[in-house]
Design a protein around this ligand. Sequence first.
Ligand code: 5CA
Length: 446
Amino acid sequence: MRLSNFFLPVLKETPSEAEIISHQLMMRSGMISQSSSGIYSWLPLGLKVLKKIENIVRDEQNKAGVNEILMPTIQPADLWKESGRYDDYGKEMLRIQDRQEREMLYGPTNEEQVTDIFRRSIKSYKDLPTLLYHIQWKFRDELRPRFGVMRGREFLMKDAYSFDLDHDECKKSYYKFFISYLKTFRRMGLKAIPMAAETGPIGGDLSHEFVIISDTGESDIYFDKRILSEDSKIEDVAYDNDLEQVVQQYNNYYTASDEKFDQTEFDNNVAKDQQTKSKGIEVGHIFSFGTKYSEAMKANVLTSEGKQAYVHMGSYGIGISRLVGAIIESSHDTKGIIWPNVVSPFDIGLINLKSSDEKINNICDDIYSNLLNENVDVLYDDKKDNPGVKFSKMDLIGLPLQMIIGNKTIETNEVEIKYRKSGEVKYIKVENLPNFVQEIKKSSAI
Ligand code: 5CA
């Protein structure tokens, strides 16, 4: 993509309403544009990151054997009256009337909708477990929308739902999602801590939040520091392993969000020098709630003994749009964002320092088309701005690797390579660039 053709409305000033760094950087780098309180348009740079995160989440759900569906954003109120949550949800739910004066709502979550889909088609234990997910926009009329996409009113969530015959089978599904979440966050370069959590309006008796440590997090978290070095080679864990054992390795460490925190329990279970209190961002939340919805909505199946049984359910959310902010919170410096390679909007930024010079333009054009041929996603700054503007823009948007072409390239036939994260700079002869690109592709440096 040529920058001259790319819609990238960067801001010179930090917008005054943006309190935390991720919100500031997302606004400054033209990733999002505010529509109204807690509601944003996603501009090209932001949308590319959102899609990359979405695709990692999708890939890990598919690998765990969960089926992707797409449910509507607008749901009939009747389903929520069946479950009893229509009144419980209160003002956070956006209620709508259609032209027939039927009560509708913009979905804040989808337990009712998915239970309705399930009960219409699944009638036998033989079809269990059933695992479904979708990636869809949600609306919650939050009392205090803030911090940009971190606590929005409209936000993108991956929500999955499991249906099982009994409590034990339901636990197996829960463990599956638990492991898939650790894999998902690990792939994004995040260290997410699973924490025993309250279930809130979703209900149920078993729940974990997945929280990443960040000074700007909204909740206080307490944990045994040793959980940060727990590895369990999570990326290699296969789903037909004994997952309970892996989950147990994490559950052995004391962790609690502020709602569940108990000082005496903390002191009894964690040595003083391992006790850690911090702020955290909740990027995922999983729940197991038995027959809460299946009983209320009559979602039952025939058992092997020929009896009817209510299915045991769980629900499993990941805040996809929140993750964009959370990743920036955990990866930035004073110059701007530092994207982990896997979610970076482009692989490489190619900077032409002298776009008035025909020779330099030709070299840049050549490098640009070679990179495209190699399927490298490159943002080519071909604009007429001065070098200072170009450097600070490229640093701000945080692509992992920059290729810089200027007078020096003509004089010594070298391209300057700059790594955004370490600041390391090296020079490569133009004719050696194809080899360099092959190497970095192999080493997944891009
Ligand atoms: N039905 C369950 C699981 S599918 C559910 O709704 N869980 S939740 O309420 O915890 O939301 C799931 C995830 O969505 C949270 O962990 C969080 O990462 C994200 N999320 C929740 N509210 C917001 C919000 N207002 N803005 C951005 N992300 C949010």
